[in-house]
Design a protein around this ligand. Structure first.
Ligand code: NDP
Ligand code: 8X3
Length: 250
């Protein structure tokens, strides 16, 4: 039985819970992180001692450090970091956006991600481990209302490529996973809980499912150690880029 350990952020929903489930099912130890402890405990109910719950707000550096410091002995040797926790808030044009929402996206998608990565890097280097960062197609293809969210994901992709360069020769693998439209709680969060808007977005589009991304992360994490997937962009077949726009006679 495999006894590797993965720390997965955002493990209470969507891609994160699907990834935690897949890795635990396949014998990995999983440190499941998110704010909603009751959701994380469903993983321990299912997988018992193979899952350790670490419930904290990823924007709270002191809470993050405390969670890492209090890991049980069996969970201290981390082989894989999946930086998945993240969110989009709002779909308004930049000039109408709420600055507090922009700051929350930056704090969660960028600041928390780099903080956790920096704290775990010494351990990951020691273990010749791997980092999988969940970016997005929104970091490559701008769309209306994507503004700061897309900017945070462009950062995640570029940070991943930079990490690869800095970790040259260490054996540590780094991947930027860049999904397109996927049906999770993402749109519910983005719209402040508008289930109708969420249902409408995904209706008839056959979007990516959480397990599709979990399977991708599983594939990346279990490649032979001489291979690194730098970036992987995945869309549902129903989605494609829509090109540029022109405003005439302005
Ligand atoms: P979900 O909303 O289903 O999951 C988001 C996860 O992030 C939850 O587990 C949530 O946990 C966690 N999270 C958010 N804020 C915090 C916080 N402050 N502290 C701790 N955990 C937090 O969405 P997805 O599964 O879709 O999103 C996962 C990642 O995938 C995100 O980075 C997202 O940007 C990215 N992505 C999503 C796509 C999509 O179309 N769905 C496409 C491309 C990328 P909790 O609320 O319990 O704290
Ligand atoms: C989440 C999906 O469509 O905003 O990253 O890029 S999308």
């Amino acid at each position: 039985m495999n006894t590797k350990t993965a720390l997965i952020t955002g493990a209470s929903s969507g891609f994160g819970v699907a990834t935690a489930t897949l890795f635990a099912q396949n014998g990995w130890r999983v440190i499941a992180c998110a704010r909603r402890a009751e959701r994380l405990r469903e993983l321990t109910d299912r997988f018992g001692e193979r899952v350790h719950v670490a419930a904290f707000d990823i924007r709270d550096e002191a809470a993050m450090r405390a969670a890492l410091d209090s890991l049980p002995d069996d969970f201290r040797e981390i082989d894989l970091l999946v930086n998945n926790a993240g969110l989009a808030l709002g779909t308004e044009p930049a000039q109408n956006c709420d600055l507090a929402q922009w700051k929350q996206m930056i704090d969660t998608n960028i600041t928390a991600l780099v903080t956790l990565t920096r704290l775990l890097l010494p351990k990951l280097i020691e273990r010749r481990g791997a980092i999988v960062n969940i970016s997005s197609i929104s970091g490559t293809y701008p769309y209306k209302g994507g503004n700061v969210y897309g900017g945070t994901k462009a950062f995640v992709t570029q940070f991943s490529l930079g990490l690869r360069t800095d970790l040259h020769g260490s054996g540590v693998r780094v991947t930027s996973v860049e999904p397109g439209m996927a049906q999770t709680e993402f749109t519910l969060v983005r719209t402040g809980g508008d289930q109708t808007a969420s249902d409408k977005l995904y209706a008839g589009a056959d979007p990516i499912k959480p397990n599709d991304i979990a399977q991708t992360i599983w594939w990346i994490a279990n490649l032979p150690p001489h291979l690194n997937v730098n970036r992987i962009e995945i869309m549902p077949v129903s989605q494609s880029a829509a090109g540029l726009q022109v405003a005439r006679n302005m």
